[in-house]
Structure formats: structure tokens, C-alpha cells
Design a protein around this ligand. Structure first.
Ligand code: IMP
Ligand code: MG
Length: 175
């Protein structure tokens, strides 16, 4: 595996994103909605750097099978009540953008007073939607990455760094 972002780089990027979020919301109460499962590591690190009164909820989606994009499913049963709240949606990566687009639409239907989104990564040149998240920690090249929450078939989420998955790693994981 080739390391793309090490622990120090990740921490610096998340710190800078937290600074922007703190600056945007000030002391206004905020509801975070993390997209499971990829955002768990980012959420854990990010929320401890946020200073406003904070509620933390989750929504579950899944789309990838291996490194292939599949059909998106959303399970919002575990989500907090967000009507009339300022909501910040958190995800690991903005790839095609379809996941955040769908989740954004679902959340809008619930009537939040405002809705923004924050992602750790934006995969350059892969977007199929005409908007971008409000907060982006890193732009990365179009390669399949794992670690810091991101998986390949549910493995590698616990790596403390972000790495590019190479063919040899795929062979090992699938064995
Ligand atoms: P999108 O709907 O195409 O933007 O894809 C978003 C979701 O696909 C993310 O929340 C990730 O779970 C997953 N994903 C996209 N690219 C990668 C990757 O390079 N590695 C691991 N998961 C990815
Ligand atoms: Mg995901």
C-alpha cells in the first residue's frame, strides 16, 4: 500500500476544517449527522475539535461492492430529530457525489433550518453532481483509498493513515 496522507497530515487537515466550521457557526448549536460507516473516524476526531453545543447523530448508507460503485441504499432510522436545527452532514469522501446528494435530499425533506456538508476527501474529477461540499479537508487523485474510516469490503477502516489500495493488496484481502 502506498501512503497518501500520514497521521500528521490527516490531523492537520481535520484541524483546519474544524477551524473553518467553528468560524462559520460560532457558538450556534449544531447537529452533526455522520454518514455510516466511513465517517466514524473523521467524526470522532472532528467533533472533539468543535466548540459549539453539539448533537451527534448518524445515517447509514452503502454503495460500494469491492472497488465497484453499486446501488445506493439509505437507512435513516437512527437519525436524530433535525427539524428546525442547523445540520452539518459529515462523510468520508465525495466521489461521484451521489451519496451526499441523496442524503442531503432526505434531510432537506425533514425541514432543518440550515444544511451544510463536510468531507475529509474529494476525489478529483469523479463528480456526477454540480455542487461541492461546504468543507473539504483534502483533494485527492482518482484512486481507491483505504484507512481512516474508508474500507475495501469492510476491511482497513482502522488504519491510522490513508493509503492507496494496490492490486497486490486486493489479492491479499480477497484471499
Ligand atoms: P459517492 O456516492 O460516489 O460520492 O461515494 C461516496 C461513498 O463511496 C463514500 O461514502 C465511501 O463510502 C465510498 N467510496 C468512494 N470512494 C472510495 C474509496 O476510494 N475508498 C473507499 N470508499 C470509497
Ligand atoms: Mg461511505
Amino acid at each position: 500500500m502506498k501512503i497518501l496522507l500520514d497521521e500528521k497530515a490527516l490531523n492537520d487537515g481535520v484541524q483546519e476544517m474544524a477551524r473553518q466550521i467553528n468560524e462559520t457557526y460560532g457558538n450556534q448549536p449544531l447537529t452533526i449527522v455522520g454518514v455510516l460507516t466511513g465517517s466514524v473516524v473523521l467524526m470522532a476526531d472532528l467533533i472533539r475539535k468543535l466548540k459549539m453545543p453539539l448533537r451527534v447523530g448518524v445515517v447509514q448508507t452503502s454503495s460500494y461492492k469491492g472497488t465497484e460503485r453499486g446501488t445506493l441504499t439509505i437507512n435513516a432510522e437512527m437519525m436524530l430529530d433535525i427539524t428546525g436545527q442547523d445540520v452539518l452532514l459529515i462523510d468520508d469522501i465525495f466521489d461521484t457525489g451521489n451519496t451526499l446528494q441523496e442524503v442531503t435530499q432526505r434531510i432537506k425533506d425533514l425541514g432543518p433550518s440550515s444544511l451544510r456538508s463536510a468531507v475529509l476527501l474529494l476525489k478529483t474529477g469523479c463528480q456526477q453532481v454540480d455542487w461541492r461540499p461546504d468543507f473539504i479537508a483534502f483533494d485527492i487523485p482518482d484512486e481507491f483509498v483505504v484507512g481512516y474510516g474508508l474500507d475495501y469490503n469492510d476491511v482497513y477502516r482502522n488504519l491510522p493513515y490513508l493509503a492507496v489500495l494496490e492490486p497486490a493488496d486486493i489479492a491479499t484481502t480477497d484471499a
